[in-house]
Structure formats: C-alpha cells, structure tokens
Design a protein around this ligand. Sequence first.
Ligand SMILES: Cc1cc2nc3c(=O)[nH]c(=O)nc-3n(C[C@H](O)[C@H](O)[C@H](O)COP(=O)(O)O)c2cc1C
Length: 325
Amino acid sequence: MHIDDDVALQTPVCDVLGIRYPVLQAGMAVAGNGRLAAAVADAGGLGTIGSMPGGVPRDQQMDAVRRETRLARSLTDGVISVNIPMAYGLGDQLLEIAIEEGAQAVSVTAGSPTRLAPLAHQHGLRVLGVVGSLSQAYKALDSGVDVLVVEGTEAGGLNHPDCLSILALLPKIANEVSLPLVAAGGFADGRGLAAALMLGAHAVQMGTRFLASDECHIHSNSKQAIVDAGPDGTFLLWEGRHYPSRALSTPYTKHLLEQERAETPVEQRVRSADAQMDGNLEAGMLTVGTSSYLIDDVRPAGEIVRAVVREAVQILGAAAAYTHP
Ligand SMILES: Cc1cc2nc3c(=O)[nH]c(=O)nc-3n(C[C@H](O)[C@H](O)[C@H](O)COP(=O)(O)O)c2cc1C
C-alpha cells in the first residue's frame, strides 16, 4: 500500500468503512473498472466497481462485474465496493458477486436499500446509500445503511429530480440525519474536500475526477474532453423529469437538448457507454459533473487521492488560524 505517513485526516466515514483517507471513488456503471478501484483503494480511499464495466452487452454484464471485482481484489488489500443500482433489478446478483469476490462494501443507488442492507450486513459488508433529497435520506436511514452519500446536482450522471445544489442539500441533511455522510457532486480537489467537511460531510465521493485518471479504462478522447471542458462544459438534460442527467456539452448532447426543448421524442437510444469507451463524442453522451471545470490533467488515481487529502489538510490548518486573532 502506498501511503503518506505524514498526512492524517481521519473521519467517521474512515472509521466505518475502514479506509485511511476520506476519499471515495464513485460508482460509475461503465467506467468503474478493477484497476481504477484498486488504485484508489491502495492509496487509502474506497474504490468502487461499476455495475456494467466497459459497457458490455447485458448477457455479459455479471461476468464483467465479477472479473473486475476479482481483479481489484487481487491488486490490493484496500477497501473496495460494488455499486448496485436497484432500478435494473440486478441487486441480488450484484450483492452476491460483492460477497463472493471479497468486496468489503456495496453502494446502493437508484432505489431502496431496505431489502439488501440486512443481507449485506449478514456477510459483514458495509452499505452506502446514495440520496439526493432529505426525504430519501430519512428512508435510507430507516433502511439501516451505514453511510449516506449525499449527491448534489453538480454531479455527473443521473441527478435527483429536485436538482438541489450540494451547498444547500448537504447542511440540510447533516442537520437532520446523524449518520456518517459523504458529499458527492462537483468535488475534484482538496478545497472541495475541506469545504465538504465544513458543510457537514465526513468524506467526498468523486466520479469525474477519477474518470480523468490513468487507470480508468475509458477512452483517452473522453479523458481529454474532461480536461478541456470550460465553464459551460456541462448541462442538465431532462431537467424536471424523473431522471435528469448532467452531461458534457457536445454536438450530440446539444442535439438531445434541442429535441427535449422542441418536445420531440428522442428517436434514438442515448449512447452513453459508447462515448465513454470508444471516445466518439460526436455520436455519444459523456456524463460528467461540473467538477470537470476544475480538472486540468490526467493522473494516476492514487496521486489524486493523496493530492486531495494533502491540500485539504493544509486548508483546514490555515482556516483554523482564523479563529486565533
Ligand atoms: C460517467 C459517470 C457514470 C456514473 N454512473 C453511476 C452509476 O452507475 N451509479 C451511481 O450510483 N452513480 C453513478 N454516477 C454518479 C457518481 O456515482 C457520483 O455520485 C458523481 O460522479 C459525483 O459527481 P462528480 O462527477 O462531479 O464527482 C456516475 C457518474 C459519472 C460521471
């Protein structure tokens, strides 16, 4: 394990998950491969296997999740999890893989963790629930999750229909729910981690930042597009609908937005996995967060973890001095 012995930042999320640093790699269905999860876990964070690594066809999906989880497990003793989107009805199979392949946690999203949480606990796995509203947070609390991931509208990928900024959502939930909290959506650096801790979280979860890492298996064009993204780099598609989604601004996603505004039905399957893996952004949608504006390079994932923690520790130390005039 590669660690910085001189940097210490331990929070309740670290204690519950057994990780050294309060940095989580987000569940990303297609992009969450074993090498990436292992690199983050090996650096002391939590690495997460996506539910459809590489965007394989449905009949190969579970094999791909098993293969990538096994790979991650073989590369590190660190803490890894498997992402379980409940909406696809594959929760039991994904949990079974997590248990059999030695993951220490699962993150449950797009649906209720109520049924799976006790099963996961029986096998000694920690359960993270992903929420985008206070009402979802109460439900997740009742379902027995160990850690709550609070996702603001800055996040890449599917958003909660309320589309609330993490700046308002996180303190609201922190005031009401006493569980270890993780902030997600728009975080890419140590400033973000320090701010998240001040807003009531005990860790950050980052997706887009880890897309632009050496170990993530998405196409280099897609990584470069994140680095190149400017202030208007992302927008929300399908705002006000059940599943709004934040995506990189490209000719293809602008076309989808025009269709949405004209209220013409989307005539084609939305090509998301394709854009990530083949890098053809003219013809596919790349879901990324507003954090893309902060990302200037493609780096090893472990370096990202260490840089984020180091910067946060410096900032927190400097801020403490404000209270001693
Ligand atoms: C490419 C991509 C795919 C994602 N897929 C999933 C997913 O399958 N399951 C899930 O729970 N969240 C998914 N998300 C959301 C992330 O888990 C995370 O909360 C989000 O990336 C945080 O915002 P950030 O991208 O600004 O860091 C995805 C995000 C991205 C960028």
